[in-house]
Write a protein that binds this ligand. Structure first.
Ligand SMILES: CC(=O)N[C@H]1[C@@H](OP(=O)(O)OP(=O)(O)OC[C@H]2O[C@@H](n3ccc(=O)[nH]c3=O)[C@H](O)[C@@H]2O)O[C@H](CO)[C@@H](O)[C@@H]1O[C@H](C)C(=O)N[C@@H](C)C(=O)N[C@H](CCC(=O)O)C(=O)O
Ligand SMILES: Nc1ncnc2c1ncn2[C@@H]1O[C@H](COP(=O)(O)OP(=O)(O)OP(=O)(O)O)[C@@H](O)[C@H]1O
Ligand SMILES: N[C@H](CCC[C@H](N)C(=O)O)C(=O)O
Ligand SMILES: [Mg+2]
Length: 457
């Protein structure tokens, strides 16, 4: 099934109707001539007169949302819908669930930062949660492919901008709330309020899985008794013992008077919470806990989440930590199993929350033996200005190497026996955004290239 309203002039074919949407930087009205050139025979706009049939409405975005909901929601409404929100952990949980459900033979889809996976197909995505037009288009694809369950990351931007218009969730989850995106939300309170909106969009039996140890947990509970809290203190799922290594984590937990022990091939205390969230959401779909635990030997973290590259006695971890809390978490995890020194490479994105920069610099220095500060998607900001913001928080042993390629080479060259290199911020990203240009760049490839060039047999 195909949506018969086009929002993107580049996708318009002869006979199509184009609707002009105003977004943050760009305005669809500017692309009406291109849409008409590509064959649009009708345009829906907020203003202006054109050579084709023109319908003027007050708010094209409202018109679009209503149109999509009325015409397409009924088509995919019966797919079970699971939404995960929180500052960190959404991708890890969503992608773990996609793997688990696939192993359980459930036709399913995952939509989030690392793309749209549906019944074995894959589409790259621009946003973590796409705008309503793309979202409905992809939900239709999932339904066409036979998906029965769809798990999606729901970003705070999406909630604030109503990108998920009309959706109702059977299960929701909350991971944690810490600082990020203050450029957009202005205050942590607004940010929390945006995230809470997800919990107001539930239907049916309504299950909520919540990280009970997050200070904001209470605000995310559903009314009634459908909440499952995960905690190492007091919760429905009680985490008891955790053992760390650089290859994985072994832990025990108690649920409904039964005790379970398991091992996951993911490092870090926070991944125990991520895992249990994914496991419970699937358990609530009607699968036995032991059946789900049996899948763990094949379960992997998403690309760029504490992704380990081994080089002799050195462990090089590529991780997507781009918030203060994530930076702290991954460095504390490395402290748990380190045998030598920790060298950290870190930067901060441009056109994003500026107040997190000095905090990330401070945390990196506090929990590493040496820090290299470098570029991470400067976008339209002056890269040196971003680095200067980070420098406001640093102390101790650090250096600045602006070019990320050189920063990684320097980090690699500093490694002595048993040292760990933490390369933070980009994770799965295979680009560097400089100005408005996207240039190919991959932390993993840079490391592998360095190893190739410096290993002689
Ligand atoms: C700065 C910002 O928020 N930009 C968002 C904005 O883009 P934009 O203002 O350039 O507008 P656009 O949608 O590309 O263009 C406007 C209209 O013109 C049309 N158009 C455009 C070009 C053309 O040639 N022809 C044409 O018809 C488009 O189809 C659209 O209808 O609207 C787009 C559609 O919704 C978003 O994809 C885009 O997100 C950018 C890529 C972005 O980086 N956003 C970040 C801030 C974001 O949303 N992040 C969150 C959370 C991330 C996380 O923590 O995981 C996310 O969910 O991704
Ligand atoms: N539960 C967690 N608590 C704190 N930090 C976490 C947690 N899970 C992952 N992290 C850290 O946050 C980083 C991002 O994780 P992940 O991609 O799963 O989060 P996300 O919520 O999808 O992020 P984004 O909002 O950018 O899409 C990881 O690379 C890791 O450093
Ligand atoms: N989805 C997040 C990712 C940030 C990753 C980091 N590499 C950066 O560019 O800041 C954002 O758009 O804010
Ligand atoms: Mg994500």
């Amino acid at each position: 099934m195909e949506i018969d309203l086009k929002t993107d002039s580049r996708k318009v074919k002869p006979g199509d109707t184009f609707i002009a949407i105003r977004n943050v930087n760009r305005d669809g009205h500017d692309y009406i001539p291109q849409a008409i050139k590509n064959g649009a025979t009708k345009v829906i706009v907020e203003e202006g007169n054109y050579d084709v049939e023109t319908i003027v409405v007050e708010d094209t975005r409202a018109y679009l949302k209503d149109y999509l909901y009325k015409h397409y929601y009924p088509y995919f409404k019966d797919m079970k819908l699971i939404g995960v929100t929180g500052t960190n952990g959404k991708t890890t949980i969503g992608y773990m669930m996609y793997q688990m459900m696939t192993m359980l033979d459930i036709p399913c889809a995952y939509m989030g930062t690392i793309g749209f996976y549906y019944c074995g197909n894959f589409i790259k995505m621009v946003n973590t949660t796409p705008d309503v037009d793309v979202l409905y288009e992809y939900f239709i694809k999932a339904k066409d492919a036979g998906c029965k369950v769809l798990v999606m990351e729901v970003s705070s931007h999406a909630l604030a901008k109503d990108r998920i218009y009309g959706l109702e969730f059977d299960e929701v989850a909350f991971t944690n709330l810490t600082q990020d995106h203050l450029d957009f939300h202005k205050t942590l309170e607004n940010y929390a309020n945006a995230k809470q909106l997800l919990f107001k969009k539930t239907r049916g039996k309504k299950i909520a899985v919540i990280n009970g140890d997050d200070p904001h947990a209470l605000h995310f509970e559903l009314e009634g008794n459908q909440n499952l809290l995960i905690s190492d203190q007091k919760g429905d799922v009680l985490i008891q013992n955790i053992e760390f290594s650089h290859l994985g984590t072994t832990f025990t937990f108690k649920y409904q008077e039964k005790e379970y022990q398991t091992h996951i091939q993911m490092v870090g205390r926070y991944n125990v919470y991520n895992y249990l969230t994914a496991m419970l959401l699937i358990h609530e779909l009607g699968y036995e806990i032991n059946t789900i635990l049996a899948l763990n030997t094949k379960l992997k973290a998403p690309k760029g989440r504490m992704e380990l590259i081994v080089c002799g006695t050195n462990g090089i971890f590529v991780d997507y930590a781009h918030t203060p809390d994530a930076t702290l978490n991954v460095l504390e995890s490395a402290q748990e199993f380190k045998k030598g020194k920790i060298i950290t490479i870190i930067g901060c994105g441009g056109d994003r929350d500026t107040t997190k920069r000095p905090i990330m610099g401070e945390i990196a220095c506090k929990h590493s033996d040496h820090v290299i500060i470098t570029d991470d998607n400067p976008r339209t900001e002056d890269p040196q200005k971003i680095i200067n913001d980070i420098l406001k928080g640093v102390s101790g042993d650090y250096e600045v190497i602006n070019d990320r390629h050189l920063a990684i080479a320097k980090g690699m060259s500093l490694l002595k026996e048993n040292d760990i290199l933490m390369i933070l911020g980009k994770g799965h990203e295979d680009y560097q955004i400089i100005g408005t240009e996207k240039i190919h760049f991959s932390d993993q490839e840079e490391v592998e290239k360095y190893i190739r060039e410096h290993t002689h047999d």
